[in-house]
Design a protein around this ligand. Structure first.
Ligand code: AHR
Length: 498
């Protein structure tokens, strides 16, 4: 049996976990909005047409911030199409997803939904077909109290109080040739800076996110990030990172996604620090990992022009949930620098929550690790010193077969250790050394594992892949807890003061 050891010391602090690390994303894409969060004819719909079955599952994830309305969608979106009387709103062709946008939901309705969830929005402005002036008008509409054209229009549209949206994205993936009116780094950097100036003049309390590279596979990475940051450094608060993984045939490579994600974060942080020095800034740039997930269906069969086509509806397996857990560990282990992150996306489109139009709602396998880490991965993130053997990957070299992360809640003394076991062959002996914490006991060990790596949850069998509780052995040797990591498993260990 392989052995792995993890030491967690309460003085080895990475940083406070910013709740915004557990953000998510709703785009006008496929059935994310329409028949996802909004379906007036659904039996559970509330007075605003929002599905309460979906609302409940979103609330249970404790998602503090939700990016909206895109994504690629935003780069061709006219936000004014989505305000005012619904019957007067135009139907438009959406260039990003080649579908028809009805505009029944716009920023005002999305804000109403956010209130119901108990979350805040991260609004994106259009820097593709849109101008810095349009971005200024949008923030004036949303955040200015009253007495101007746009703020009074919001009041006329039924929202007396300003929305006070605090976090704004300056466009989306503007380095991508697929982006509507994508730009070079130079051109985007200048446009983003000018939009940022207007937006912060209107509301200096906001925070802005500039587009970093849309993935490390881009030929312009990380040069894009350097150039954009040089143009925008003092005007923005975050640079964005996006990364999706998929199983391309090698389980080892796929499992090691957490290691690649870590390298990506370190490179963007280093690039930002280089620019910090170059522009003689005192500010350290925060990172916003505002799109991350496992994603398979990238090229979609083209549907005829229609509203809310069922596109990018990935169904997730146990293996996907394991990889996903590893990525969550990487986010926690970099939470001093990654101050915001968005699971892309939330409902129907590459999402943990899946709905039937007019029918049921389902928790996909990835729902569970997200919920667990969002629930227990709060407080202070601690550095885990984990020693384990490594496994070989063709893409990322040798990678440790156990990936861990830990959090400590000083208020109640609770500790949580998360662990992904990547060994395909056998279980491993795993010891967790908590000697610096005084007298603690293990209160829970939750595992996701199973004989079929490709098992999925379905409407017929919704609980095929869910976490299971294992008996906890209270015995420990001076706060060193000996446990077993079953092969290919995602584990959550919870400890409390004795
Ligand atoms: O999340 C789906 C898409 O992925 C987003 O619209 C885009 O930003 C990214 O390429």
């Amino acid at each position: 049996m392989k052995k792995a050891k993890c030491i967690v010391d309460k003085d080895y602090i990475i940083g406070e976990v910013e709740p915004k690390l557990y953000g998510s994303f709703i785009e006008h894409l496929g059935r994310s909005v329409y028949s996802g969060i909004y379906e007036p004819s659904h039996p559970t719909a509330d007075e605003h047409g929002f599905r309460q079955d979906v609302l409940e599952l979103v609330r249970d994830l404790s998602v503090p911030i939700i990016r909206y309305p895109g994504g690629n969608f935003v780069s061709g979106y006219t936000w004014t199409d989505g305000i005012g009387p619904v019957e007067d709103r135009p139907k438009r062709l959406d260039y990003a997803w080649l579908s028809i946008e009805s505009n029944k939901i716009g920023i005002d309705e999305f804000m109403d939904w956010c209130k119901k969830v108990g979350t805040e929005p991260m609004a994106a402005v259009n820097l593709g077909t849109g101008t810095p002036q349009d971005a200024g008008y949008m923030i004036e509409y949303c955040n200015h109290s009253s007495g101007t054209y746009w703020s009074d229009l919001r009041i006329k549209n039924g929202h007396k109080d300003p929305h006070n949206i605090k976090v704004w994205c300056l466009g989306n993936e503007m380095d991508g040739p697929w982006q509507t009116c994508g730009l070079s780094a130079e051109d985007y950097g200048k446009k983003a800076r000018e939009a940022a100036k207007i937006m912060k003049w209107i509301d200096p309390s906001i925070e802005l996110v500039a587009c970093g590279s849309s993935s490390p596979w881009m030929a312009t990475y990380p040069e894009w990030d350097r150039v954009v940051l040089e143009h925008t450094y003092e005007h923005i608060d975050y640079i964005s990172l996006h990364r999706y993984y998929e199983n391309e045939g090698s389980i080892e490579n796929f499992l090691a996604s957490f290691a690649d994600m870590n390298d990506f974060i370190k490179t963007v942080a280093a690039t930002a620090d280089y620019v910090k020095a170059k522009v003689r800034s005192k500010k350290t740039m925060k990172l916003s990992f505002d799109e991350w997930n496992v994603w398979y269906i990238k090229k979609q069969i083209r549907f005829p022009w229609m509203e809310a086509p069922p596109i990018l509806e990935d169904q997730y397996s146990l293996l996907d949930a394991l990889v996903f857990g590893g990525m969550l560990c990487t986010l926690l282990n970099n939470c001093d620098r990654v101050r915001m992150a968005c699971l892309a996306q939330l409902v129907n489109v590459i999402a943990p929550i899946f709905t039937e139009k007019g029918g049921r709602v389902l928790k996909q396998t990835i729902y569970y690790p997200f919920q667990q880490v969002s629930m227990y991965g709060r407080g202070t993130a601690l550095k885990t010193l984990t020693s384990s053997e490594t496994f070989e990957t063709t893409l990322y070299g040798n990678v440790p077969f156990v990936q861990t992360a830990a959090t400590y809640n000083e208020n109640d003394g609770s500790i949580t250790v998360f662990a992904l076991q990547c060994d395909v062959q056998e279980d491993a002996e795993f010891s967790i050394d908590l000697r610096s914490f005084g007298n603690v006991k293990m209160v829970e060990h939750l595992i996701m594992d199973g004989p079929d790596l490709f098992a999925k949850n379905t409407f017929e069998a919704p609980e095929t892949v869910i976490p299971r509780k294992v008996a906890v052995d209270e015995a420990n040797d001076g706060n060193i807890f000996k446990t077993t990591l079953s092969k290919l498993s995602w584990n959550v260990y919870r400890f409390a003061k004795r």
